[in-house]
Write a protein that binds this ligand. Structure first.
Ligand code: PLP
Length: 503
């Protein structure tokens, strides 16, 4: 807020003091912040999930000249409570069923807090020994918990986009021999294979890596939206005949739109036969492999060269944390490492691992600290129980939709995301008629907008083969059965009301 709202004025000495906030003031402020965060989480389900603001409205309220004069902390905290907290979209709300989940657990929040307190920048071992070693330890704990062989090692990145970029940098390196040195000047054009349902981060990685969007070939999918491995093999053969250099395949377990599962085992056969890098995108669904019975969906991923899983999606880790696993750490290093003189160490000791050699950037958060706290707090058993709860809730919602004559389950529900539409019974059997198809789409768009506008629940959508599909992604740590019951009641009521209006 502009400084004319200053309450207690700061004296001249406070205004011009050098140094940071005095420790006693920080201690008191941290206690107050603890109350702010705990109050927020206690009340989060009472907020409209989408804040009732229009684009630009907050700028009108909050912008002004830069704050030349320091402001008292109590004024800043007051404005934080009144202006910031109510105007975020509430990712922490149990009623947030849009996109994929991203919950910050209590223990994760504590992990973030100490990470900020330590402000560890974990680029080489010596600048964060415990950061580097906890990264290695927790990655090994996760690998073991996920049931992957012990030759997998890895790094934490900020996002799956960067993990996939790194995986594809390996694909490029392996295919060309030395693209990190020589670039792509002398190379035939590279190809990466994906399904038509792969996340856009793959194409973006190709843009950045000089492979280009034209270098990404989308393979057809079957009715369940899973990649067709026969078509994949044929596409690679055709590309080789036409002068392309096939480099890598990205298979997805849990696609973004409908959580489809590519047949990774069959795709791994193709990758092995063709000598291609296989990257598995399990950014969303990966955490469920902690549950042994869920591993049927992951068959063949143990044969991948690299895998991405996002703990910040469905493992209750505060944003950000993406895990890149690879069985070929040396390829990752060859693709990304560059050690200038000023990062070399000459203290006579063997260096520990310098993680910046395995990532695209230099500076990086010490994410191992919060992960170490979180894995110990929940235990693998605690994580499994919470994931299973979400899987159960999703299964129950899917069963309800399936049993309802006015709704339609559109895709299988292997994980926590339910893809469906409201389809009043009087339209049954006539969905193929263009006017009916349009009316059903309009109805579902209207239902979604009505619910999202109500603030009681936040849903997202996708469009598959022209059909408007509603998505309810269950995976928030705070979501209980009653929240899903209420969302379903709202959906049914809105659909009946809009159907009467449209018909
Ligand atoms: N892969 C899949 C399957 C996703 O659903 C997403 C995001 O939702 C991503 C990758 C990208 O994740 P990030 O935002 O961490 O880059």
């Amino acid at each position: 807020m502009p400084s004319q709202h200053l309450e207690g004025r700061l004296d001249e000495a406070q205004r011009t003091a050098a140094g940071d906030m005095p420790p006693a003031e920080l201690r008191a402020a941290l206690h107050e912040m603890a109350d702010i965060v705990a109050d927020y989480l206690e009340e989060v389900e009472d907020y409209a999930v989408l804040p009732p603001v229009k684009p630009g409205e907050l700028t009108d309220r909050l912008a002004g000249p830069p704050p030349e004069e320091p402001e008292p902390l109590e004024v800043i905290l007051r404005d934080l409570r009144s202006q910031v907290i109510p105007n975020v979209t509430h990712w922490q709300s149990p009623n947030n069923l849009a996109y994929f989940p991203s919950t910050a657990s209590g223990i994760g929040i504590l992990g973030e807090m100490i990470s900020s307190g330590l402000n560890s920048n974990a680029f080489i071992w010596r600048v964060s020994p415990v950061g580097a070693e906890l990264e290695a330890i927790t990655i090994d704990w996760l690998r073991a918990g996920l049931g992957l062989p012990d030759e997998f090692d890895g790094v934490f990145n900020d996002t799956a986009s960067i993990s996939t970029l790194s995986g594809l940098a390996c694909a490029r390196q392996q295919a060309t021999g030395d693209a990190s040195q020589a670039g792509l000047r002398a190379s035939p054009p590279l190809r990466i294979y994906i399904s038509s349902q792969a996340h856009s981060s793959v194409e973006r990685a190709a843009m950045i890596l000089g492979i280009g969007r034209d270098g990404v070939r989308a393979i057809d999918v079957d009715k369940q939206l899973a990649m067709d491995p026969v078509a994949l093999r044929a596409a690679i053969a055709e590309d080789r005949r036409n002068g392309w250099l096939p480099a890598g395949i990205v298979a997805t377990i849990g696609t973004t739109s409908t959580t489809a599962i590519d047949p990774v085992d069959a795709i791994a056969d193709v990758a092995a036969d063709e000598g291609l890098w296989l990257h598995v995108d399990a950014a969303y669904a990966g955490p469920t492999a902690l549950i042994p019975q869920m591993r049927r969906h992951f068959k063949g991923w143990e044969r991948a060269d690299s895998i991405v899983i996002n703990p910040h999606k469905w493992m209750f880790t505060p944003f950000d944390c993406s895990l890149l696993l690879t069985r070929k750490m040396e390829m990752l290093r060859a693709a990304l490492s560059l050690v200038p003189e000023y990062l070399r160490t000459y203290d006579g000791k063997d260096s520990g691992r310098d993680y910046s050699e395995y990532v695209p950037q230099l500076g990086r958060k010490a994410r191992g600290i919060k992960m170490w706290m979180q894995l110990r707090y929940f235990g693998l058993a605690g994580l499994r129980a919470r994931l299973q709860h979400h899987l159960d809730l999703a299964g129950e919602l899917a069963a309800r939709i399936d049993a309802d004559p006015d709704a339609e389950l559109l895709y299988p529900v292997p994980f926590g995301t339910v893809c469906f539409r409201m389809r009043p019974a009087h339209y049954a059997g006539r969905e193929g008629e263009p006017a009916v198809a349009q009316a059903i789409d309009r109805l579902n768009e209207g239902v979604m907008n009505q619910l999202n506008g109500s603030g009681e629940v936040f849903l997202s959508h996708t469009r598959i083969a022209g059909v408007f599909v509603l998505r309810a992604a269950i995976g928030n740590l705070r979501t209980e059965r009653r929240h899903i019951d209420r969302a379903w009641e709202l959906l049914r009521d809105a659909a009946h009301e809009l159907d009467r209006e449209i018909a």
